[in-house]
Design a protein around this ligand. Structure first.
Ligand SMILES: Cc1ncc(COP(=O)(O)O)c(C=O)c1O
Length: 369
């Protein structure tokens, strides 16, 4: 049995007629920038997340950057970021001219360890980016408490967490503002790039609305140094179709995750994501850890199972940050995760038989590794 890591075509096959109809509607409308398709998706996604505003933008990296810019965060400022995350979280901070200050993960959840945040704060700290990595909600109660006490803006990086639930509330409504990505492989993925910001902050929403559109609210009147980062109406129309299926797809991911957790609980040498009461991850990725990760991946490949590594190089050891003064060994927990994480196949494309095959093969590989 061959098990691909991901099949982005699966959701298109399922919704082909509705998606084709949505595309045809946009193409025939003559409205190819912003307009009612983008408005419609924004309204639906804001309601889904439980937030007052949603602003569609070009991608997830822009979503984070625009939140920071709209808050006036830039040169001379510091922003707390997880040491263990996709590098876009750091890049958003660097690209607005501020300094990303990494905080080591809690190895159990692989999200930022709130107990280590206070020590990283300085008078220059302006914001804290909580990443719901792999779709597992960050410890928002603890991080929110720190943000409130220290007057920091709490930004969610929810790029991997569409529909994740934390004590009854969906991600995108847990902080001051959130950035989402609709990169095709995400739980809610577009057919190209896309992103969004959700927030209850009216002022932030108004600023982002201008910033994404050349700093303009009224055509040819430019109040801010804006950029061009608008969600494409074609993508918005297709995302609106897919949004209606998101909960069902996430429920399917949860069933696969439950199967993996059940079958792999006692696999030797394997660490699994935690199951915590009140936390309902979106399971964008199902990430296990093993000291002999590369050997495990090889054995699974031999069994026809495709795995990936998210992420093989810690952000501070990437070429992009080689001059940032954080040599190898400076963030040992993040480095250890980079050396031991392995993502198993999960998603709407994966049926139960395939998931059983993956679980049995992982057990077998652990016994032999
Ligand atoms: C955690 C995280 N943050 C930010 C991004 C950036 O999103 P995009 O690829 O849409 O720019 C991604 C995804 O790619 C991500 O996984």
């Amino acid at each position: 049995m061959q098990v691909p890591f991901l099949d982005v075509l699966a959701t298109y096959r399922e919704l082909r007629d509705e998606i084709d109809a949505a595309c045809a509607r946009v193409l025939g409308s003559g409205r190819y920038i912003l307009g009612e398709e983008v408005d419609g998706f924004e309204t639906a996604f804001a309601a889904y997340c439980g937030s007052r505003h949603c602003l569609g933008v070009a991608n997830g990296l822009d979503a984070l950057q625009l939140i920071l810019r709209a808050r006036g965060i830039g040169s001379g400022d510091e922003v707390i970021v997880p040491a263990h995350t996709f590098i876009a979280t750091w890049l958003a901070v660097s690209l607005v001219g501020a300094r990303p200050v990494p905080v080591e993960p809690d190895e159990r959840t692989m999200n930022v360890d709130p107990g280590r945040v206070e020590a990283a704060l300085t008078p220059r700290t302006r914001a804290l980016i909580a990443v719901h990595l792999y779709g597992y909600p960050a410890d928002i109660d603890a991080l929110g408490g720190i943000a409130r006490r220290r007057g920091l803006y709490l930004i969610e990086d929810a790029a991997q967490a569409h529909g994740a639930v934390c004590h009854g509330r969906r991600t995108g409504s847990l902080g001051d503002a959130a950035g989402f990505s609709f990169y095709p492989g995400k739980n809610l993925g577009a057919f190209g790039d896309g992103g969004a910001i959700t927030t209850n902050d009216d002022d932030l929403a108004a600023r982002v609305r201008r910033l994404r559109n050349y700093g303009s609210q009224v055509k040819y009147h430019h109040e801010d140094l804006g950029t061009n980062s608008r969600l494409d109406p074609l993508q918005a129309a297709m995302l609106a179709v897919k949004l209606r299926r998101l909960d069902a797809w996430n429920a399917h991911r949860r069933r696969i995750a439950a199967l993996y957790l059940d079958r792999l609980g006692d696999a030797p040498g394997l660490s699994l994501p935690p199951a915590e009461p009140g936390i309902d991850p979106s399971w964008h990725l199902f990430v296990v850890r093993h000291d002999r990760r590369d050997e495990l991946a090889r054995r699974l490949a031999d069994a026809g199972i495709e795995t990936l590594i998210h992420y093989p190089v810690a952000a501070h050891l990437s070429g992009a940050y080689q001059d940032a003064g954080r040599p190898a060994g400076s963030l040992p927990l993040a480095e250890r995760l980079a050396a031991s994480v392995l993502s198993l196949p999960i998603g709407p494309h994966l049926d139960e038989a395939a998931a059983e095959h993956v679980a049995a093969s992982v057990r077998d590989a652990c016994v032999r590794a």
